[in-house]
Ligand binder design. Structure first.
Ligand code: HEC
Length: 173
């Protein structure tokens, strides 16, 4: 039942742009040179759409899960509660935005799964209510709200598996 090693389903962006192709048929060194040049150009200007790990189907399923289970606290657009930066007396924070404007993107995928599965301060645990596929789907949905820039920044965290600071710490950077 481990979810730790299920990151094998990257879906390549369909719109990778082709910037330069190696010319065919050029003989000898000119061919080599043009291939090198093409590779350089390709490196410089290929700007494939950032990869997202989930499918459209997961996003669709996740939206239903989110509206049923999460929207009551995090808001229908995952915008968080208005006062999400105001900690309560216990020092805990209200439901933060999950739409990419707050802190959620500092968590690698395994931490996002863990927060949802096990809960965190006033965030309830959903491990009993949602199965692993539903948890992944709901993450897919709120991540689909993230800009490409935020998603790319998140990929860095995900790749390095950085623990960072605890879940939502009130910083928005
Ligand atoms: C009862 C209200 C409530 C519900 C329902 C709820 N959450 Fe939360 N959630 C919170 C609170 C409060 C926090 C902040 C916890 C903390 O950092 O102290 C939080 C934090 C989070 C975080 C960490 C965010 C960050 O910036 O670190 C994620 C991810 C998250 N919730 C996802 C979900 C998902 C997905 C659902 C639905 C399956 C959900 N939550 C349902 C209250 C709720």
């Amino acid at each position: 039942m481990s979810t730790a090693n299920t990151r094998t389903y990257w879906v390549p962006g369909s719109g990778a742009r082709q910037c330069a192709g190696a010319p065919h048929g050029a003989p000898g060194w000119r061919r080599v040179a043009s291939v090198v040049l093409a590779a350089l150009l390709l490196g410089a200007c290929s700007d494939p759409e950032p990869l997202r790990w989930y499918t459209d189907e997961q996003v669709q399923i996740g939206e239903g899960v989110f509206q049923a289970e999460c929207a009551v606290c995090h808001g229908a657009q995952a915008q968080g509660s208005d006062d999400w930066r105001q900690r309560d007396e216990a020092g805990h924070m209200p439901p933060p935005p999950l739409d990419g404007t707050a802190h959620a993107w500092h968590h690698p995928l395994h931490e996002l799964r863990m927060v949802i599965h096990d809960g965190w301060n006033n965030m309830p645990a959903f491990g009993e209510r949602l199965d692993e596929a539903e948890i992944d789907a709901v993450i897919a949905w709120f991540q689909s709200q993230w800009s490409d820039a935020i998603h790319e920044a998140w990929l860095e965290y995900d790749e390095h598996g950085q623990a960072g600071h605890g879940p939502a710490d009130g910083s928005d950077d």
